[in-house]
Design a protein around this ligand. Structure first.
Ligand SMILES: Cc1ncc(COP(=O)(O)O)c(C=O)c1O
Length: 506
């Protein structure tokens, strides 16, 4: 490592008002790294979910901050005894809930170094390597997922922020006057997304001032893909009522099932009506790196903006979301405000990430993503994503082959949606119906499935989540952890079927 020639050890700590001393840092740093290595190695010893009651964790900790600083040994002790028992272990190989993720080794190390550098990637001057690394890493990833060079990327914390910024750019494109005059002078406008689009789109529309009614939720087909006829009808009706169509959000990899909206057709419609096309590929986007999956994304290159989350399925510790924009100038003109103290001589020749969203201060998130891409390489990433999809098909096969269980959607990459629906009466499911004698069979089936899921989750060995499809409960099984193996998948299935059997006999 190169350091300044006149380097002298930092002695500020000696004054009593400095930082932790380098010796102490080194000692505890080694301890923490060892803790992390042991944690990742022995993670299966932990129950995935915490079995404490809400409020218990807080009650176990002092109500006020310490007046006198404490030893790091004490802090680590409490981390182990008070915090760890309250953790849901997302890095556990039996974690199949929501969209399962991995904070991988290289990603964790990148995160640690980013914290040490503590740079603020606002403008080139404030973090030259930060700005250039972010540009480069996002260009690499753009090429890997097969998007054209016209897309410029920026890293945000979450897909929720990325979609909010994308829709702000959409609004700016439609009504540039909003920036100066606010919403008041503009016509009523609408944004369209399918019924299966993520709630972050509702939040974005509400935040932009269009209200809940500003989002038109379009029905889906039997595969949970946006119905394009219904979309056209909704747009036409709005146009006739003088409501201005502003943006269309397509989801590639919906949260419930991983379904893919018909992106090429949606791009045609967006072009026809002159609306901004935003693609939410927060979960499935990284799958476009896999050659045989690329065709499913065909047409997304026609979008104006695309969000994908390396913190979902690209092994990068949370948080890291990328917004790719084909019209970054629109994003910039929606957001850019440069106070005098941030005017720099390089600003006309360099990208200032602060111009492309709300936050001024930005962590060096590109470092962990760069580490991940370099450490695994694109081939390694392809193999890992493929492996997750094959584990999902192992699970789907088990569902398909077992009487009394059904899949309720196509396997969406590494996500399987299914339910317990035995033939005949569910009213023999023992204790569950107590107090629920009058409910219909659909509601009873929902209750049974929730009960099965709760029983499985209480095991601490695996963790699943649920969704609602066509207003009925369905269970979700999503593979995304690098430590998950077929043994974990089969164990999850064993727990599910045993829970269903227990219900029958209880
Ligand atoms: C399709 C989709 N979009 C957006 C989000 C929101 O992601 P984030 O937590 O990064 O805001 C999710 C979360 O699961 C999602 O599944």
């Amino acid at each position: 490592m190169t350091i300044q020639k006149d380097y002298t050890p930092n002695v500020v700590a000696d004054t009593g008002v400095g930082d932790m001393s380098p010796e102490e840092f080194r000692r505890h740093g080694h301890e923490v790294v060892n803790w992390i290595a042991d944690y990742l190695e022995g993670i299966e010893a932990y129950p995935i979910t915490c079995n404490m009651l809400p409020g218990e964790i807080r009650e176990s900790l002092p109500a006020t901050a310490p007046y006198i600083g404490e030893s790091f040994d004490n802090i680590l002790h409490d981390f182990n005894s008070k915090i760890i028992p309250g953790i849901t272990h997302w890095n556990h190989p039996g974690f199949f809930a929501y969209f399962a993720i991995t904070g991988s080794g290289p990603g964790i190390l990148g995160e640690m170094l980013a914290a040490a550098l503590n740079v603020n990637t606002m403008v080139w001057q404030s973090s030259p390597a930060g700005v250039e690394l972010e540009e480069l890493t996002l260009d690499w990833l753009r090429d890997l997922v097969g998007l054209p060079m016209t897309f410029q990327g920026v890293i945000n914390d979450t897909a929720s922020s990325s979609s909010l910024y994308a829709l702000s750019a959409a609004r700016h494109t439609c009504f540039p006057e909003v920036r100066d005059k606010g919403l008041f002078a503009t016509p009523i406008s609408r944004i369209y997304a399918s019924r299966e689009a993520h709630s972050s789109i509702d939040k974005a529309v509400i935040t932009l001032g269009y209200g809940v009614e500003g989002l038109s939720r379009i029905e889906t087909d039997s595969d949970f893909r946006m119905n394009t006829d219904a979309l056209r009808k909704a747009i036409e009706e709005d146009v006739e009522s003088d409501i201005r169509p502003m943006a269309l959000v397509a989801t590639l990899g919906t949260t419930s099932t991983g379904s893919m909206d018909p992106i090429d057709e949606l791009a045609d419609i967006a072009e026809e009506y002159g609306v901004w096309l935003h693609v939410d590929a927060a979960y499935a986007g990284p799958a476009a790196i896999v050659p045989e999956f690329r065709e499913y994304f065909s047409g997304w290159e026609r979008a104006d903006s695309i969000v994908l989350n390396p913190h979902k399925w690209l092994f990068t510790p949370i948080d890291c979301s990328i917004l790719y924009c084909r019209r970054p100038d629109k994003l910039k003109s929606a957001f850019s405000v440069t106070p005098e103290y941030l005017v720099t001589k390089e600003q006309s020749d360099t990208i200032s990430p602060m111009d492309y969203g709300i936050p001024l201060g930005r962590r060096l998130r590109a470092l962990k993503l760069w580490f991940v891409l370099r450490y695994f390489g694109s081939q390694g990433i392809v193999e890992r994503i493929r492996a997750h999809c094959s584990l999902a098909s192992v699970f789907a096969d088990l569902v398909d082959k077992t009487q009394g269980w059904e899949r309720v959607a196509q396997v969406g990459f590494s996500t399987v949606v299914f339910r317990y629906s035995p033939l005949g009466s569910l009213h023999d499911t023992g204790g569950i119906i107590q107090g629920n004698d009058n409910i219909g069979s659909d509601e009873l089936q929902d209750l049974v499935n929730m009960n099965i899921m709760d029983r499985v989750n209480e095991s601490g060995e695996v963790f699943l989540s649920h969704t609602r499809l066509n207003d009925r409960v369905a269970l979700r099984f999503s593979v995304g952890n690098l430590r998950s193996t077929e043994t974990h998948v089969r164990r999850a299935w064993e727990l599910l079927t045993s829970a269903a059997d227990e219900l029958k006999t209880s």
